[in-house]
Write a protein that binds this ligand. Structure first.
Ligand code: TEU
Ligand code: CA
Length: 533
């Protein structure tokens, strides 16, 4: 929400919507980075970790947000981006000056190899993960954009500066952190060449060399002891490329590393070996296997549940394909129950509660996200821009970044100035005002679901067991705890599926998305949550 008519959402805008969030039932807000940043990657390139980005407000505004949120029982979780900083951070300015200043080693510098990059690593956003710097005739590593140089966690002083900064925010009263790509902070010693497939620009994207390295666990333990032990706080690690085995290590309470992780196996289910832009088919059977595997893996730790975030397309456009307004509402409710009744903490991405969808972009000029823009440029050079555009429409990050749709008025009520990214034109029919006026809306389904999820011990602690795994089109599971159990039964398709409801007759229905019952079928996108004991 934009409070000062510049087209950019801000802290005061959030403060004005805290009552809305309270009404929905949220217990905590995770803010994407709000620190000072040149915004090469929308705040994920931080130039000062102790300042608020000017566009978002001031430190005084932040303090008010913290106080007002806490006053309503809402916690504030900050984004912690410490795999890299901005190249405009003062550390980097000093680091690049010469080879023997104390900041040189805060980043990862290497000599070139025969006039080329030190190794073949590809970056997330650019062809190579290395940038040549004339001043000292060396290259620096950047896994993301060249304006996001990777920090060198092998340097003890750097680590201590980071812990000081974390403690500074915790002392201020923030309740925890979502740690950006935290499992990339340790790189494989010697930085060896990647051996996998090449990307369209000829470099090799090789997570095996920069994710989940053994030293990661040492750094996390050290950080935990230096910052989090003894505090009432929460840290959730964003950990792409994580397996259930590594996930267990990261979450295991005795290990003293993280409280939760975001794993991406479900989000990557349609990605090929060269990464997210290589879109591959998957089946509901694959989908169910991934969910069950992670429910199993998080038994010993604690899981996180999410359909989307600022990096992912909208689930309504991705995992289902509703054609009509009625189907959209049904499918959104089905997805909500399917995900958020699993075991773990639910993360709801803004707009999910009203069923927002992907944006109907018509030209690359409309996009703001560096990832999509850079990919399109590379694809154009390689002569495959049509294919790239198709992939961007499906998976580009701006799909989920369009402004929140508050009401059916200019710019969806987000701002009276032109927004930084255009609103999705479907705001005329999909908006908060409309959702609040209809007791049968997706919004009220979420409100009820959140209340249930926070207050019902079976929903919180109950065991998970997959049901009817052989039935195509159906995803179903049981949650069970001592004297209570319920089944969640979902039709993920818009086809009618034969289903025998007899065994459930007379049982209490917790949630459903059709007014009347049927005895022998699951209708398009139908969900029923039924108490069985
Ligand atoms: O994302 C890390 C990450 O793995 C993403 O690159 C992800 O694979 C991609 O966005 C999918 O499209 C985090 C942040 O969430 C993202 O917004 C940042 O751009 C990135 O780190 C760099 O800080
Ligand atoms: Ca603003």
């Amino acid at each position: 929400m934009d409070s000062n008519h510049d087209g950019i959402g801000d802290l005061n805008g959030i403060i004005g919507k805290l009552d809305y969030l309270k009404e929905l039932g949220v217990g905590a807000v995770w803010l994407n980075p709000v620190y000072e940043s040149p915004n090469d990657d929308m705040g994920y390139d931080i130039s000062d970790y102790r300042q608020i980005m000017r566009e978002f407000g001031t430190m005084e505004d932040f303090d008010v947000l913290l106080r007002e949120a806490h006053g309503r029982g809402i916690r504030i979780i900050m984004d912690l981006v410490v795999n890299h900083s901005s190249d405009e951070h003062s550390w980097f300015a000093k680091s690049r000056k010469d080879k023997d200043n104390p900041y040189r080693d805060y980043y990862i510098w290497r000599k070139g190899e025969n006039g080329k990059e030190p190794n073949n690593w590809g970056s997330f956003f650019t062809p190579s993960a290395w940038k040549y710097d004339e001043i000292t005739d060396e290259y620096y590593l950047h896994l993301f954009s060249e304006k996001q140089p990777d920090l060198n966690w092998e340097n003890r002083k750097l680590r201590e500066e980071i812990y000081d900064m974390i403690n500074w925010w915790l002392d201020k009263g923030v309740d925890g952190f979502r740690m950006d790509v935290i499992n990339l902070i340790a790189k494989k010693p010697g930085l060896p060449d990647g051996t996998g497939e090449k990307t369209i620009s000829g470099y090799t994207f090789c997570p095996e060399n920069f994710a989940n390295q053994p030293e990661l666990h040492d750094y996390l333990k050290e950080m935990r002891a230096a910052c989090f032990d003894g505090r009432d706080s929460m840290c959730v690690g964003e950990t792409p490329f994580v397996t259930p085995e590594i996930g267990r290590q990261l979450m295991n309470k005795e290990n003293r590393e993280l409280d939760m992780i975001f794993q991406f196996e479900l989000m990557d289910i349609d990605s090929g070996r060269s990464g997210k832009w290589e879109i591959v088919p998957y089946t509901l059977a694959d989908f169910k296997r991934v969910i069950s595997r992670w429910q199993e893996a998080t038994k010993e730790g604690w899981g996180s549940l999410f359909w989307s975030n600022h990096d992912q397309p909208r689930p309504l456009s991705r995992f289902v394909s509703p054609d009509t307004e009625e189907e959209r509402v049904r499918a959104a409710k089905m997805l909500a129950a399917a995900m958020h009744l699993l075991r773990g903490t639910s993360f709801i991405y803004q707009g999910e509660e009203i069923g927002m969808t992907n944006a109907p972009f018509t030209s690359i000029m409309e996009l703001r996200d560096i990832e999509s823009i850079r990919y399109y440029e590379e694809a154009e050079k390689a002569g495959v821009k049509e294919k790239a555009w198709d992939a961007i429409l499906k998976k580009g990050r701006d799909n989920a970044r369009t402004p929140m749709q508050w009401e059916d008025s200019v710019n969806a009520g987000f701002s009276d100035a032109a927004p930084w990214l255009a609103v999705n034109e479907n705001y005329h029919k999909i908006n908060v005002e409309k959702a609040l006026a209809d007791t049968d809306s997706i919004w009220y389904f979420y409100q009820k679901l959140i209340a249930f999820k926070s207050g019902n011990d079976t929903a919180i602690y109950g065991d998970y067991k997959e049901l009817y795994s052989e039935t195509e089109a159906v995803f179903a599971y049981r949650r069970e705890l001592e004297e209570e159990a319920f089944d969640v039964i979902c039709n993920f398709t818009k086809k009618e599926v034969a289903f025998d409801w007899k065994q459930y007759s007379g049982k209490e229905i917790y949630f459903h998305n059709y007014d009347n019952r049927s005895e022998s079928v699951l209708r398009p996108y139908e969900v029923r949550v039924i108490r069985i004991k």
